[in-house]
Structures are given as structure tokens and as C-alpha cells.
Design a protein around this ligand. Sequence first.
Ligand code: UT7
Length: 329
Amino acid sequence: MKFQGVKLSGTGAYAPEKVVTNDDLAKIVDTSDEWIQTRTGIRERHIAAEGENTSDLAVEAAREALEDANIAAQDLELIIVATLTPDKPFANTGSLVQAKLDNTKAMAFSVEAGCTGFVYIYEIAAGMIASGLYKNALIVGAEKLSSVANWEDRTTCVLFGDGAGAAVLTATAGEENGYLGSNMGSDGNYSDILHIPGGGTSLPITVENYHEGHQFLQMKGQEVFKLAVNAMANSAKSVLEEAGLTVDDIDIVIPHQANVRIINAVGKKIGVPEDKVYINVDRYGNTSAATIPIALRELVEAGRVQKGTKILMVAFGGGLTWGASLIEC
Ligand code: UT7
């Protein structure tokens, strides 16, 4: 094994065709466009069709990222999917994506780290490439959150959307390295403030408890809000400090897109000008592990990512988990 550099070679994103506005939601739960926009910044979200699964969303994003990177699916040696909404509890969504891409040689698996999933798998793939074990990796954040939303609970169902974003990471030939640093964390003591309590070994869904709704995503919104702001800001500050950089050295900050108020509060705490902070939660809602790679793709398409562009990605999610990483494109 020989240590090697890592670079971002391609990006892709996909959102299902169907768009659901706040006014559409106001027809099914007691809410309003005004409340949702003021409290969250969300205007609309994409919702997958029946039968359109997480792996299908992931594959669409993956194909775009592979084309962007000019790499054939067959050449991938590593495929990692981050999701909290797998197609099925087992087999893993990474392998399902691999099969749909007609790849027969990659190691493939999925990671459950909630909304922090994409920065976690970026770190995992970058580390595995840097160690010299692999050269070409595909990482995908993909979610069909509409499948775990309780459509009778206005406090959660208005927040989420479906979508996927992907990136191809490759080993660099020389000394060049585009992974500048990271700061990752987790605290399982808070697992029950943002979770799906049922469907696993601790609380199986039975005929008797089915109507209690344990199969749906549940959240203590205000607690999550406060922890998210602090964890994301601390993580972002730490990664900058460890890399010997300041916000002035960063071109773009991509925060996890859960709520525009969280994003603004984090931006303020780390002292980054608003025009450097990317926001698209208005158009997608919270797509969990998919928010950051969808944003990354949009930035590439908008021509804002050039050689040398430095990006700070920072996320927070159920677990609890959080993480920030710095990349140079
Ligand atoms: O991806 C990472 C995980 N997720 C997050 O980071 C989300 C973190 N939390 C949040 O973004 C916010 O806490 C929420 C958007 C979930 C809620 O905003 P909030 O400002 O904390 O509102 P709240 O929970 O304090 O609720 C305020 C009021 C309540 O009514 P009362 O008790 O004041 O009469 C709620 O019942 O708003 C009511 N409410 C709604 N009203 C209309 C809650 N949901 C809705 C709704 N429409 N959809």
C-alpha cells in the first residue's frame, strides 16, 4: 500500500419529478405556506413516485456523477451509499445500486448516519483511497424520506423531501490532495430526539402496535435545533483551525439543509459572509444525506466550482451525528 492523494472528480444529483408545495400540504395537514416558510425557509419539496425507491434515486445521481468524472461504472472499486431510508432493511442499498449500475467488482455497502451521512461517507471513501487501497469510489447520499414521514403529523411531514446526490472520488497521480481535513463526531445518548423508534430489534412493528406510528420519523424539533446549531458551528470551527485556515480562505460553505434558520445561525457563529453560504432548502426541503451532494452538484452546474475552489461541508443529524470536512476541488 502506498499513500495517495484524493480528488473530487465528478458530481451528480437527482430529484423526483413530482413537486409538492406548501399549499399542497396545507390541504392534508393543519399548516400554511406562511408558517412553513417563516419557520423553515422551505417552499417546496420533491416526492418520489410509488415504486421509485432510494436506490433508483441514487442510481440517477450516480450516473450523472460517473459521466461528469468520465469513469465507467465498471471501473468503480468502492460504492458507498448513505441513507436512513434503505430500499429494504437488508440487503444493503450500496449493493442494490451496484447491481443497477452493472458493476461487478466493487466493494459496496451503506452507512446509516442520518443527515450527516454524506460527510461521513466522504471521509470513509477519502480515507480508503488515501490509504492506497482503492482508486475509484462512488459515494451517494440518497433518501426517500416520504416513506418514513408521518403524513398526519404537521410538525415533521412538512420538513422533508426525496432526492439523491453523488460524487466520484479518485486517487491522484502525484502529490496533489483535495481532502484538506475533517472533524467528525457522534453522541448516541441523544438518539431518541431524532429517530424512527420502530421496525428494528428494540421495537418491532406488530399488528398490535402498527397504529401507534413507531415506524415513522419522530423529532423533538427545538432540542434538535439547538444541538444542530452548536454542533455544526463547533465542528466547522475545529476543522478550519486544524487545517490552519480561516473562513476567509473558504470559497463556499455547504451546510446541511434542514432549516434556513439553522443555516443562518451557524453562518453567524462561524463568521462567514452570507453570500458564501449555499442555500437550496427552499426547493428541496430536508433530504437528509442527500442535501450536501445535491448542493454540490448545483454549484458545479452554476460554474461556481473551479480548480482550487475550497469548500467547507458541515452537517448534523440523527444518531446524533455531526461532521465538517474541507475539500479543495
Ligand atoms: O436534519 C436535521 C434534523 N432536523 C432539524 O434540524 C430540524 C430542527 N428543528 C427545526 O427546524 C424546528 O424546531 C422546527 C421547524 C421543526 C419547528 O420550528 P419551531 O420554531 O421550533 O416551532 P415549534 O416546534 O416551537 O412550534 C411552534 C408552534 C407550535 O404551536 P403552539 O404550541 O405555539 O401553539 C406548533 O404546534 O407551531 C406549531 N406548529 C405548526 N403550525 C403550523 C408545528 N408545526 C407546524 C406546522 N404548521 N407545520
